[in-house]
Design a binder for this molecule. Structure first.
Ligand code: TYM
Length: 332
């Protein structure tokens, strides 16, 4: 089977609807047809300050949510990035072939530093996309399923793979990005012009996978819409309503045109009710299963360690290839 790689940062207590719909749903589908490797990317998370105890907890919670959402840790390889040393090692090598200007053009870095300024950012945050390239290239991944916000990072990964191959000889597989058009970007419920994000500033705009059902319902009922009153998909003019239609379409299994027909002449209250039902039906069982898994952290840690050994074997072999290609002396 061809290889797939993807990952998420353990940067909050819970994943949100954007992570779930943009990425996890794709992962679940694709894991059957691919040799899938899924990482909890804790090395990425420390590019911004983290409290150590909280980071450990978030890492377990992220892994538990992968499993609860349907990632099978015996069929796929689900592991924690810091347990596989080759990530940091390959990132160093790739840093040396990445242009400073090239790295400076990463829009996510620019967005993340826009508020506080460059002085406040770590160098790790700056080279973050290079570490991401290392993640993907270590596993010879052919496909990387992500949301739209990661597209530029995957393009950088492709550029770095091609550059390395042409300088040092065929070493890396050049990966393809997989972004599903309909779910590429889930928007904040309170601020439907912006993507739903862990660092979003409106807690009510974010649907957390681990939210209690009644909180989910409350947030959906108070989602920002518009004064036009008609239920149709028009992201430019009606971002709030369009976002709700996307959620309902993906989770409820109807197409957007079918939903537009179903809700023609009805009010936003009806639409929100249907969205709330669909979200709760999807999230509540995942939440319960995740909490069960988290009740036995030692067992969860054992599963992750076993998976890290599988990941390490693949990653280590790629790293040897790379070290040899760049001319490092073999350790005999
Ligand atoms: P992260 O942790 O921010 O997000 C995890 C995944 O969720 C997707 N996503 C969304 N999709 C749709 N709508 C949204 N509002 C939304 N918000 C987030 C992201 O696109 C992503 O797929 N740099 C990555 C983590 C990473 C990675 C990798 C991914 C590190 N190494 C290698 C793929 C391959 C990140 O910060 O994702």
């Amino acid at each position: 089977k061809p290889r797939l790689f993807s990952g998420m940062q353990p940067s909050a207590d819970s994943l949100h609807a954007g992570n779930y719909i943009g990425a996890l749903l794709q992962w679940k589908q694709l894991q059957r047809d691919y040799d899938a490797v899924f990482s909890v990317v804790d090395l990425h998370a420390i590019t911004v300050p983290q409290d150590p105890a909280t980071l450990r907890e978030k890492t377990r919670r992220t892994a538990a949510q992968y499993i609860a959402a349907g990632i099978d840790p015996s069929a796929s390889t689900l592991y924690v990035q810091s347990q596989v040393p080759a990530h940091a090692q390959l990132a160093w090598v790739l840093n040396t072939i990445t242009g400073y200007g090239e790295a400076s053009r990463m829009t996510q870095f620019k967005d993340k530093t826009a508020k506080q300024g460059l002085e406040a950012a770590s160098v790790g945050l700056f080279t973050y996309p290079v570490l991401q390239a290392a993640d993907i290239l270590l596993y010879d991944a052919e496909i990387v399923p992500v949301g739209e916000d990661q597209r530029q990072h995957i393009e950088l990964t492709r550029d770095l793979a091609q550059r390395f191959n042409s300088r040092f000889g065929e070493t890396f597989v050049v990966p393809e990005v997989s972004i599903l058009k309909e779910t590429a970007k889930v928007y904040d419920l309170q601020n439907p012009g912006s993507k739903m994000s862990k660092s979003g500033d409106t807690e009510n705009g974010i649907l957390w996978l681990l939210d209690e059902p009644n909180r989910l319902v409350k947030k959906i009922k108070s989602a920002v819409t518009d004064n036009d009153g008609s239920i149709r998909y028009d992201p430019a003019e009606k971002p709030g309503v369009s976002n709700l239609l996307t959620l309902l379409s993906v989770l409820g299994g109807s197409t957007i045109p079918a939903l537009e027909a179903e809700f023609a002449g009805r009010g936003y209250g009806d639409l929100k009710g249907a969205v709330a039902d669909a979200v709760v039906a999807e999230f509540a069982p995942v939440r319960e299963r995740a909490l069960e898994l988290l009740a036995d952290p030692a067992e969860l840690d054992r599963v992750l360690t076993g998976n890290a050994e599988r990941a390490d074997a693949i990653a280590e072999a790629t790293l040897r290839r790379v070290y040899d290609a760049v001319g490092f002396l073999p350790r005999r």
